[in-house]
Design a protein around this ligand. Structure first.
Ligand code: SF4
Length: 368
């Protein structure tokens, strides 16, 4: 069964009714269990579970230490092209936005790589918009060829591809894939992706599966909080991660919790995910999936990120720039995909991690 069939099964499920029916006893029962079922996840995502945050945090912390030790993986994003033919209404790179688009040459990519590698970062996340004519598969192969000289792990957050193309990129040296569904609610998905290749909900939804089948060792997924009803989106994201973990046991599955920020397109978030809710969702996911990686980006503030270390987070971006050529070729009027809130350097973030009693991990993978 593909994940699409699982999503279809929940189409008639009344999430609101379920969340309203959850009692304190239900939550306590879910908290007492060693192996959580989907309805336990629902219970922990419900409103009344906010009264159990301390208990959830203690259990989540214990599980995280058990499975990950006192470590936080570090990575940096590298935007190499902001050409995009999609119409995502929430994104500053969408095709209707009027700005001078940039695609880095291979020489420029090398300049960016040198600056990032000098900070100690060894895990790189390569990002582009969706413009296959501008950034064909050969461009990615060449990019990976350069990045291999500077980094020990190369993850891709580029447009969804067929399994065969992923195999080519894996062979070139990429090892992980990030692809966010953005919003699992099909109706909202169509509204915020009115045109372009990304309008195909199913193709995007099945992208992580194609990546796993192609042999990527890490798959990172998530929803963009702000678009759909947060509890339901957190639930389906959790189901998706669990599905991937079960179907592809060799793959390291992780979830991110990006929240919409000001810089993204013109639309405002329909649903605000508060900090408390953010923490609740993270904890619920950890209890549901003890081995789950949880990535926290620099969209979040420094203070908030410092606290999340103790609550189940396993991976942080650091020293991030979210514009094309943002590290070495910085232009003052560059268009960013989202605003960075935690502007600390890699060194400052590493110091904070150490001071919190954890070890910043720059490298845990080697490309052969
Ligand atoms: S979210 Fe990605 S696909 Fe959508 S407009 Fe932005 S860059 Fe393009």
């Amino acid at each position: 069964m593909s994940f699409m069939e699982l999503v279809d099964r929940f189409e008639t499920f009344d999430f609101n009714e379920y969340f309203q029916s959850v009692t304190r006893a239900d939550i306590q029962r879910s908290l007492n269990r060693d192996h959580l079922e989907p309805y336990d996840l629902l219970n922990l995502l419900s409103e009344p579970a906010q009264g159990f945050l301390e208990e959830m945090a203690q259990k989540a912390r214990k599980l995280t230490l058990q499975y990950f030790g006192r470590t936080i993986g570090l990575y940096a994003p590298m935007y190499i092209s902001d050409y995009c033919s999609n119409h995502c209404t929430y994104c500053g790179f969408n095709t209707t936005m009027d700005f001078t688009r940039t695609k880095l040459s291979l020489e420029q990519i090398e300049c960016e790589a040198k600056v990032i590698a000098d900070t100690g970062i060894r895990h790189i996340l390569v990002l582009t918009g969706e413009a296959p004519a501008k950034t064909p598969i050969s461009y990615f192969e060449n990019t990976i060829g350069i990045l291999k000289n500077y980094f020990s792990s190369i993850a891709l957050e580029v447009f969804p591809m067929d399994e065969e193309k992923y195999r080519i990129l894996k062979k070139a040296g990429a090892d992980s894939l990030t692809v966010y569904q953005e919003v699992y609610d099909k109706k909202i998905y169509s509204q915020v992706h009115p045109k372009g290749r990304k309008a195909d909900y199913q193709y995007r939804l099945l992208t992580p599966e194609r990546g796993a089948k192609a042999g990527f060792r890490g798959i990172n997924i998530g929803t963009l909080f702000g678009l759909g009803e947060p509890r339901t989106e957190a639930f389906v994201s959790g189901l998706h991660a669990k599905y991937l973990e079960r179907e592809f046991p060799d793959v390291e599955v992780s979830l991110s919790l990006p929240r919409m920020t000001k810089a993204q397109g013109g639309i405002k978030p329909k649903h605000i995910l508060t900090d408390t809710r953010f923490v609740q969702f993270m904890l619920a996911w950890r209890l549901y999936m003890p081995r789950l990686g949880i990535s926290i980006s620099t969209r979040e503030s420094a203070d908030f990120r410092d606290k999340l270390i103790h609550l189940g987070a396993t991976r942080y971006s650091a020293g991030s720039q979210t514009d094309v050529g943002g590290y070495a070729l910085k232009a003052n009027d560059a268009t960013v995909q989202f605003e960075v809130t935690d502007t600390r350097s890699v060194e400052e973030v590493s110091d904070m991690i150490r001071q919190s009693g954890y070890q910043p991990v720059f490298k845990d993978w080697e490309i052969f």
